[in-house]
Design a protein around this ligand. Structure first.
Ligand code: ADP
Length: 259
């Protein structure tokens, strides 16, 4: 893919120490109701190990709810989620080994960059020496080297999003979930960060589920796209297939609409 054609200046061995083997995700028969309303309906989806899969759909189609169920913050009424073949549907969030990046970054504004990124390591009781080393690597990966002491409220939007990304990958998760991570950024920066995110994914290879309502972003970044509508997946395919051969009227309308 041409958007990913940036150089890879880092030595491979250094990257490997922060890149554990990726795991596949098997989602099957997920049902979710809020009150009496079904927001996910018998939803099944397989994500391959190391794949960058995007959930694309209009507001209210259930994308965030599915991501929250994957992360363990929302409980499904029915269904199964397997990671590397192991059932995790009842595993608490902090035991799932999943990194998350949110739209609003969810950083601690009173802490500096280092301590924000170190937070998940502290939760996992990683030693101080190990923490320092891993945070340095993560800062390097997201191109924020030397900014560890900076307070988060002194950073630009793009820099904050990089800190959030570093925090999501610093504990070597096998899966990363991202919910509209770039939507607070202006257009130019958003396009730049799309390339950076894609490059980072290529280098680290973690299984990624990405949520967006922006079809262009999905087409630029994804290995495959799952188009969601009213709690169901309408079609899952590679971007070019989705674009050339939409299987439903909804998909044709949504992918074709470039607003
Ligand atoms: P999307 O991410 O595609 O915009 P969501 O997953 O946020 O969609 O929401 C899907 C539907 O579920 C929406 O109709 C939304 O109003 C509803 N919903 C989401 N979270 C809750 C909640 N905690 N309580 C009640 N309804 C909810």
């Amino acid at each position: 893919r041409s958007v990913c054609a940036m150089n890879d200046p880092e030595p491979r061995e250094m990257l490997l120490s922060i890149a554990p083997s990726a795991l596949p995700i098997g989602i099957s028969g997920i049902e979710k109701r809020f009150g009496g309303v079904s927001v996910l309906r018998d939803l099944s989806l397989d994500v391959a190990a190391g794949e960058f899969l995007t959930l694309l759909g209009p507001s209210g189609s259930g994308k965030t709810t599915l991501l929250m169920i994957l992360a363990g913050f929302v409980r499904a009424n029915f269904g199964s989620i397997k990671v590397g073949g192991e059932e995790i549907i009842t595993t608490p969030p902090h035991r799932r080994n999943i990194g998350m990046v949110f739209q609003n970054y969810a950083l601690f504004p009173h802490m500096n960059v280092f301590h924000n990124i170190a937070f998940p390591l502290k939760q996992r009781r990683v030693s101080a020496a190990d923490t320092a080393e891993r945070v340095e690597k993560a800062l390097d990966l997201v191109q924020l080297k030397g900014l560890g002491e900076r307070r988060v409220d002194q950073l630009s939007g793009g820099q904050r999003q990089r800190v959030a990304l570093a925090r999501a990958i610093v504990f070597e998760p096998r899966i990363v979930l991202m919910d509209e991570p770039l939507s607070a950024l202006d257009k130019g920066l958003r396009e730049h960060m799309q390339i950076e995110l894609r490059n980072l994914h290529r280098r680290l290879g973690m299984t990624t589920v990405y949520v967006t309502h922006d079809q262009r972003e999905a087409i630029t970044m994804s290995d495959r796209i799952a188009v969601m509508n009213a709690g169901r997946i309408e079609q899952i395919d590679r971007p070019e297939v989705l674009y050339a051969r939409p299987q439903t009227r909804f998909v044709a309308g949504f992918i074709g609409d470039s607003s």
